[in-house]
Write a protein that binds this ligand. Structure first.
Ligand SMILES: Nc1ncnc2c1ncn2[C@@H]1O[C@H](COP(=O)(O)OP(=O)(O)OP(=O)(O)O)[C@@H](O)[C@H]1O
Ligand SMILES: O=C(O)c1ccc[n+]([C@@H]2O[C@H](COP(=O)([O-])O)[C@@H](O)[C@H]2O)c1
Length: 230
């Protein structure tokens, strides 16, 4: 029944808020560590979509080895028709450094204020979060979900511990109570020790990258000789 005492029509029932995650990255190139994490993140958080967002100009590192357009094309090949994964090109349409606060603001405008918006990132990227642009604002716009990586285990710096005070929750249910503002650390089942650095080094040395990334991505970067000359 509604507050007026009239029965609520089923077709007027509010639908549950959408659950959207952004996994930003340089994707230089995309590999199975990214893709398997995205699939498992979607399942763990019951997300509608995981949007993989290649940075045009990643703020805290040197220039990527290949162009934004090539990294996006490889990402699209890697995702293929995987349900719930989306290659999102919005950072390629902006000039200047690809700040995540701008991207999250754009996603918030698109999906509305009730959507549960998640910024997912691996432990290595998380370690530098306090150095990002407007770190407090990131929590106004989204939840932060940290994915454990077997190849990156360092302890948190003091500035990050201060930034996180009072934000950490223990499970997905607690996270999804609000649209934004919490931190959740996740250990996903597969935990792959694959990095793009290793992929680039192997390609530069003419060694195999088979099974580190999707075959369609491998075929494309080998045929175009991307990353070949270190
Ligand atoms: N194997 C992995 N498992 C879980 N998360 C990962 C893995 N590889 C990358 N990530 C996360 O995905 C996001 C994008 O990563 P990025 O494109 O920088 O790849 P990378 O492999 O860390 O690259 P690089 O070796 O060039 O630093 C980051 O948040 C990163 O922590
Ligand atoms: O917003 C920032 O200040 C900021 C600083 C460093 C990294 N990021 C984002 O974090 C994501 C992972 O970055 P990287 O360098 O680990 O590939 C990618 O989407 C970057 O745009 C964002």
């Amino acid at each position: 029944m509604s507050q007026s005492g009239l029965p609520v029509r089923a077709d007027r029932d509010p639908s549950p808020p959408r659950r959207i995650a952004m996994l930003g990255g340089t994707f230089d190139p995309v590999h199975h560590g990214h893709l398997r994490s995205a699939v498992e993140l979607r399942e763990a958080l019951a997300l509608d979509e995981v949007r993989l967002v290649p940075a045009s100009m990643p703020p805290l590192r040197g220039e990527p080895r290949v162009s934004p357009a090539d990294r996006l094309a490889l990402l699209r090949l890697g995702i293929g028709d995987t349900p719930g994964l989306v290659a999102d090109s919005r950072e390629l349409e902006r000039d200047g450094p690809s700040y995540s606060a701008d991207t999250l603001a754009s996603l918030r405008r698109e999906f509305g204020r009730e959507a549960r918006l998640v910024m997912a990132l691996g432990h290595d990227a998380f370690l530098r979060l306090a150095d990002w642009r407007e770190p407090q604002q990131l929590f106004e716009l989204a939840h932060v979900v940290v994915i454990d990586r077997p190849d990156h285990q360092a302890a948190l710096p003091e500035a990050l511990i201060e930034l996180l005070a009072g934000r950490e929750v223990d499970d997905v249910e607690a996270l999804m109570v609000r649209p934004a503002g919490y931190l959740l650390r996740l250990r996903l089942p597969s935990r792959m020790a694959i990095s793009a650095t290793e992929v680039r080094q192997r390609l530069a040395a003419g060694r195999s990258v088979r099974y580190l990334l999707p075959e369609a991505v491998e075929a494309q970067l080998l045929s175009r000789d991307l990353y070949r000359h270190g």
